[in-house]
Design a protein around this ligand. Structure first.
Ligand SMILES: *Cc1c(COP(=O)(O)O)cnc(C)c1O
Length: 380
């Protein structure tokens, strides 16, 4: 994994910059931890390169803040994280890929066993060695992706001879509808998880992602696995977001130009100037992760950027390498060639642009590209 702290080019040569506030990630983790009882551990979901923020940097910052347990998706991410955090507990959420047990053991990666086949493979390992190796077991309580069905789980776990020496380090399940706390699924999954795991109260249990942490203590159990909230994202829809923003994207103005009333802007001529407009063309596009779905048309507004406290709506289609902004109402001294415009940050929430693009901030953050200069603000 490249070390993004080493900036290979002069700062002035980038079309934009992505500033990641590691202190805010640490503060968000502590804020979530402070919602938990003393007996509950606050872990961190750090998959997908820490939701685009940089796995090595985010992992180290979280570890320095006190986090000791990390969840990634696939074993490659787990092994990369192990190089950075030699003492952390690392779980691979996607489970056990066939024929790879030796790699998990070598790097002390704990799979989250997600099917009967994976469980059997792990139990055979434990039986062969005459001891337990740490791994989580995922029980499906309704999302129907990974996880043993409750009946599969109970059938295996109620027979000690089938389990051999294996004692899971964690029993977990995953919420399908946490972003909507009033959804009936949350209560259904909570009750099913309690019921299925009740006979195994000596094993630690985990149900909550970020939304589960925010929904309250009955979802917390022994360990929580927040992801998006650590990175400043919006875990619960249509509610104020209590987390600190982490990522800031600023793109540079290349040119400022006038567009006469009635002329169109960008590919597909999707947006017509309804009055004489002043445009700023900035050096960031969908190749940098700015979501093309947030383009504007004559019948639908698009996303917006902020320039010195002024809103600058996106005009026309977002293209690969550039975006056109309406700066008609922004004072001239702020829209100079070379100036930086906030595309994402404290004044432009990731969830806002994502909503214009009919997606979620999870997708937006993980799509933020490698073409920007990356700047890490350290823990203070
Ligand atoms: C991604 C993930 C999380 C973290 O979810 P957020 O909504 O980002 O907090 C927790 N648990 C599992 C199983 C996941 O896949």
């Amino acid at each position: 994994m490249p070390n993004r702290l080493e900036t290979p080019f002069h700062s002035d040569l980038y079309g934009g910059r992505l500033t990641i506030d590691l202190g805010a990630i640490a503060q968000n983790w502590t804020a979530l931890k402070n919602r938990l009882g003393d007996a509950t551990e606050c872990a961190a979901a750090i998959k997908a390169d820490a939701y685009g923020m940089g796995q090595a940097q985010a992992g180290q910052a979280l570890y320095d803040e006190g986090c000791r347990t990390f969840f990634v998706a696939v074993p490659t991410e787990a092994i990369a994280l192990r190089r950075v955090l030699p003492d952390a507990v690392i779980y691979a959420l996607n489970g056990l890929l066939p024929g790879t047990i030796d790699h998990y053991l070598e790097h002390r990666i704990r799979p989250v066993l997600g099917s009967h086949a994976e469980l059997v493979e792990w139990i055979d390992l434990c039986k062969g060695a005459g001891r337990s190796f740490d791994a989580a077991v995922h029980v499906d309580t309704g999302i129907h992706r990974l996880g043993l069905s409750p009946s599969e789980f109970t059938a295996t776990f109620s027979k000690p001879d089938q389990m051999g020496p294996f004692i899971p380090s964690l029993l977990m399940s995953h919420l399908a509808c946490g972003s909507n706390p009033t959804h009936v699924m949350n209560d259904h999954q909570l009750r099913l998880f309690r019921e299925v795991t009740a006979p195994h109260a000596h094993i630690r249990r985990s149900l909550a992602n970020s939304a589960g942490v925010l929904m309250g203590p009955e979802f917390h159990f022994d360990l929580v696995r927040p992801g998006i909230s650590l990175y400043g994202g919006q875990a619960i829809e249509n509610e104020p977001n209590p987390m600190k923003p982490v990522a800031k994207v600023e793109a540079r103005i290349m040119i400022v130009r006038d567009v006469p009333e009635g002329d169109t802007i960008g590919y597909g001529a999707s947006h017509t100037a309804g009055r004489p407009l002043k445009n700023a063309v900035v050096a960031a596009g969908y190749a940098d992760g700015l979501l093309r779905g947030a383009s504007s048309t004559d019948s639908r507004p698009g996303g917006f950027a902020m320039i010195g406290g002024h809103k600058a709506p996106i005009l026309g289609r977002i293209s690969m390498d550039m975006i056109t902004l309406d700066v008609t109402d922004v004072p001239d001294h702020l829209v100079r060639r070379g100036a930086f415009v906030e595309m994402l940050g404290p004044n432009v929430a990731a969830a806002d642009l994502a909503a214009y693009a009919e997606t979620i901030d999870y997708e937006y953050l993980t799509s933020l590209g490698q073409r920007f200069e990356r700047i890490y603000r350290p823990l203070s």
